[in-house]
Design a protein around this ligand. Structure first.
Ligand SMILES: CC(C)(COP(=O)(O)OP(=O)(O)OC[C@H]1O[C@@H](n2cnc3c(N)ncnc32)[C@H](O)[C@@H]1OP(=O)(O)O)[C@@H](O)C(=O)NCCC(=O)NCCS
Length: 321
């Protein structure tokens, strides 16, 4: 697996690098688990006996996609493995060497492995977690996992990667509203009031004769006293945040989340107005596509080979699609 490493500074101030596990470092991963204190601490792992521990690590190397966190001074300090369960779905196991826990390494390992699973085309990453393991549950939730069901002392945590793939693939032009009401700079404010009273909109783009977007005007711009007898150009906002029709939905979501914008005029490469995008258009897209998590169709995955047999024997998993 050819992948650039991820480098970061842990909360303990140590430089750490996350990279794929190769044969040369397999021994160091085994060392991390052989010196893990106490053994048998999560899902009965790492196995108590050294030979069982070595066989377990060997099995993970054979069946999984493994990443390690490397510290310059302490060697391998963390490990995450992705184990394919079906062509769409993989299971994740993560562990950080005890003296390095709670310093941000687990979070980075989970983030990096989820990104990798996404790039490899998986739609779902599953991570059964012991109910009492609040730290792991917190890390998983922080990265975007959510509980799918509980039982037998464990909670099934999963992340639906399709819901991330869709916004990356969807173009703004596919979901924008092309029927847009506009104003000119010379439109009297009284006419704008009329438009706002008759249409369920909060703001509208202002264009010139070439349909270039030159401003945006909202109801807020009109409620200030003394504005009724003015022209649109006197009250509008001149610096307009627009979005290009070819941009991804992801970019629009980032703009809506980060800035206080009501709607985004959608423009072509020459800044000519093509349509408008509001939060409701995004919600309508989700609703039509059924992106929202659908619960219900249960399947029972076979117990993962890397988790002790005492565990997920019957753990129900709720499929999300
Ligand atoms: C679970 C584990 C992988 C997390 O890795 P880590 O490097 O310790 O975690 P991080 O330092 O990245 O993050 C810990 C987060 O949990 C929070 N946390 C710590 N203890 C917590 C607790 N008891 N309850 C809730 N949150 C807790 C921390 O505040 C931190 O959150 P923040 O970054 O938002 O402040 C690691 O602790 C570990 O290896 N545990 C043993 C093995 C294991 O349980 N693996 C999971 C089974 S697959």
């Amino acid at each position: 697996m050819d992948r650039p490493p991820l480098a970061f500074i842990s909360k303990a101030g140590e430089p750490v690098m996350v990279k794929p596990l190769d044969e040369a470092r397999a021994k160091r991963l085994l060392d991390m688990y052989l010196t893990y204190e106490p053994r048998n601490s999560f899902w009965g792992l790492p196995p108590l006996r050294d030979d069982a521990c070595a066989a377990w690590v060997e099995g993970m190397m054979k069946d999984g996609i493994n990443l390690i966190a490397l510290s310059f001074d302490h060697g391998v300090v963390g490990h995450v493995g992705l184990f394919p369960l079906t062509p769409d779905k993989c299971e994740m196991l993560v562990a950080v060497a005890p003296r390095h826990q709670n310093t941000g390494i687990g979070t980075e390992l989970v983030r990096y492995s989820v990104q990798l699973a996404y790039e490899l085309g998986y739609t779902n990453v599953w991570s059964p977690t012991e109910t009492h393991n609040m730290r792991m549950r917190h890390v998983l939730e922080k990265v975007g996992f959510s509980p799918q069901g509980t039982g037998g002392g464990e909670v099934d945590m999963a992340i639906d990667l399709d819901s991330y793939r869709d916004p990356a693939r969807t173009r703004v032009s596919e979901i924008m509203n092309p029927r847009v009401i506009t104003a000119f700079e010379t439109t009297p404010v009284r006419e704008l009031v009329d438009i706002f009273l008759k249409n369920p909109i909060g703001a509208l783009p202002v264009i010139n004769d070439q349909r270039d977007v030159v401003g945006i005007v909202s109801q807020t711009d009109l409620i200030l006293p003394g504005r009724l007898d003015r022209l649109t150009r006197d009250v509008m906002t001149h610096n307009v945040l627009t979005i290009c029709a070819e941009c991804s939905l992801n970019k629009a979501i980032r703009l809506f989340s980060g800035k206080k914008v009501r709607c985004l005029p959608v423009v072509d490469a020459n800044r000519r107005l093509l349509g408008v995008l509001g939060r409701k258009d995004i919600l309508a897209h989700y609703a039509h596509r059924g992106v929202a998590v659908r619960r219900g169709s249960r399947s029972q995955p076979s117990p993962p080979p890397h988790i002790a047999a005492t565990t997920a024997e019957t753990s129900p998993e709720q499929r999300i699609s």
